[in-house]
Design a protein around this ligand. Structure first.
Ligand code: FAD
Length: 308
């Protein structure tokens, strides 16, 4: 393990970038890779206004500031560098970058690969992203004050989002493909009392508008004519998909949704492999991702120094 670095970080979202900063400040030899560009999902947020200290800031701008912070500490974010494989080598690991372009040996690895929202895959969804289509009510919802909003997916997070909009919007629809909502029983009462209008057994087949979203086209599961619904916002809550390809290859323990199981210190089921951020399935927010990146890097420090 002579040429091995201490810590290889996979993913340069808020979790990976924070882990890199903490590792560097502990004088660990660190490299951080991202298959795309630095920033992760946060770079996609139109506005972020719940990351303390930054007021209201564009998600992209926030991640640029994070990347600059790393640069100031002489940490290079290696972009367009997908980690395509990780295997055990000696006491540590060997990472394969871009299918054989480079091989990197590391004593410990932090997987900060995040997750992605499932998409409806209907016409208009991509076109109106950021123009009425969103996947995050906490993030983009306040812009829909006094407007008509449809939340797609009546699971717990969809119900939760519909209650958020009930407090600020003029009309809220909760649309579910199944004949029954999947949310916990307690939400039935809350959703009803909040005046949320439920559509069950309805499938969104298109999102419509000119410059911004103006409506939805719905189809009944049992058939019948398409229906149109006038809305200004469409918030999609049909689940998250963890980016768990590497975790699966490593044989890490996953939960029933495919997120990597980790303890509170970021340790996975395999010694030397650590997890941070959305990949853990915890509350998907920047502050949580950053916090778990800090914890994982601190645990890695103890691991490589033989303290645990
Ligand atoms: C539209 C939108 C708006 C949001 N708004 C807010 C908000 O206002 N406030 C808030 O707190 N949170 C918000 N969130 C949630 C927040 O962005 C996430 O919780 C956060 O980005 C998670 O950080 P992460 O580092 O765990 O993962 P991610 O941000 O998902 O980053 C993971 C990174 O890993 C990289 N990666 C994956 N696999 C590999 C691989 N094999 N090799 C190399 N790189 C890899 C990906 O390219 C990605 O850059 C929003 C999310 C979205 C999608």
């Amino acid at each position: 393990m002579g040429k091995a670095i201490d810590i290889a970080i996979v993913g340069a979202g808020p979790a990976g970038m924070t882990a890199a900063l903490y590792a560097k400040r502990k004088a660990l030899k660190v490299r951080i890779f991202d298959s795309g560009a630095a920033g992760g999902q946060t770079a996609l947020a139109v506005w972020v206004e719940n990351y303390l200290g930054f007021g209201r800031i564009k998600g992209f701008d926030l991640t640029q500031k994070m990347a600059k912070h790393l640069e100031d500490f002489d940490i290079e974010i290696e972009e367009a560098a997908e980690v395509t494989g990780i295997s055990k080598k000696g006491k540590g690991f060997e990472l394969d970058i871009n299918n054989g372009e480079e091989r990197v040996e590391a004593k410990a690895v932090v997987l900060a690969t995040g997750s992605k929202h499932k998409m409806l895959n209907v016409p208009g969804e991509k076109e109106f992203y950021g123009k009425g289509v969103s996947y995050c009510a906490t993030c983009d919802g306040p812009a829909f004050k006094g407007k008509r909003v449809a939340v797609i997916g009546a699971g717990n997070s969809g119900a939760n989002a519909s209650l958020f909009f009930a407090g600020i919007s003029s009309k809220v629809f909760l649309i579910e493909f199944d004949e029954k909502p999947a949310f916990d029983a307690i939400y039935s009462k809350h959703v009803k009392e909040a005046g949320v209008e439920m559509f069950l057994g309805k499938q969104v087949v298109a999102i419509e508008g000119k410059k911004m979203v103006s409506g939805l086209k719905l189809k009944g599961r049992a058939g019948g004519k398409d229906e149109s619904l006038a809305v200004d916002g469409v918030f999609v809550y049909i689940g998250m998909t963890p980016r768990n390809g590497l975790a699966k290859k490593l044989g890490l323990k996953l939960d029933e949704k495919g997120f990597v199981k980790a303890n509170g210190l970021g340790e996975s089921s395999q010694p030397g492999i650590f997890i941070a951020g959305d990949a853990t399935g915890e509350l998907a927010q920047v502050v949580v991702a950053a916090g778990s990146g800090a914890i994982a890097a601190t645990t890695v420090f103890e691991f490589v120094k033989g303290l645990r």
